[in-house]
Design a protein around this ligand. Sequence first.
Ligand SMILES: Nc1ncnc2c1ncn2[C@@H]1O[C@H](COP(=O)(O)OP(=O)(O)OP(=O)(O)O)[C@@H](O)[C@H]1O
Length: 258
Amino acid sequence: MIEVQHYTKRFGRVAAVDDLSFTVHPGEIFGLLGSNGAGKTTTIRALVGLTRPTAGTVRVQGFDVWKDPVRAKAAFGYIPDRPYLYGKLTARELLRFVGQLYRVPGTDDQISRWLDLFRLTDFGNELLETYSHGMRQKVAIIAAMLPDPPVLIVDEPMVGLDPHAARQVRELFRGHADRGRTVLLTTHSLPLAEAVCDRLVVLDRGRVLGEGTMDDLRARTGTAAGGVHGDSLERIFFRLLEEEQAEADRRREALDPA
Ligand SMILES: Nc1ncnc2c1ncn2[C@@H]1O[C@H](COP(=O)(O)OP(=O)(O)OP(=O)(O)O)[C@@H](O)[C@H]1O
């Protein structure tokens, strides 16, 4: 379970995230969406203990990430958008290290199965510095999922993955949630979010524009009209941004009527 309450993060005078609250329950895939600079990565960084909230709290499996970091960090797997992997280790060495750290039973067999799933078996004993971007991304995904964490936190999961791997990863996330785990992901891929997320929050410049299931967002934006793209997340997303822009224009005019 993930609980974010009134999370605010300021960099100087700028609020990268302003009073964000949401809860993700076991069994759910939750999507954090928004334009560039919306505050998605800043939120993820707070959840994984890489940046301290200016205000508010973030909890993972009931543990405050800043007050109880060890227990909070033991409860989640994290797939960053630009994973750093030790280049001088082989994939098997890195994954064995992760397996030992989290005391994963039958680590070697599990690693073999994961490498096989991602078509990396032939490369398992090669140094990670020789891996392509997509291959490294796959190893980062395996490293996060190997301990079968109760909570999975994922920043832009599909960047660099081929279509086959992207579909597998989608299915892995769904399977993880269906086994009672909690999944939070950020993505710029609206079709991906629409396909896998049970609930979503749309951010813009640190503020929430909309939150809920696809049906909630359709109702909120009045985009339930028919047509091929009549109710797609893309249409909802742009409608929310247009509304926000219109509101900003209204505020500006109210301040400066001339
Ligand atoms: N360390 C930092 N110092 C100053 N400003 C920062 C810092 N990190 C993020 N910001 C600012 O916070 C805002 C939100 O950034 P963030 O990286 O969370 O956006 P994002 O939604 O992940 O964007 P993208 O889709 O481009 O990755 C941006 O205006 C960014 O410039």
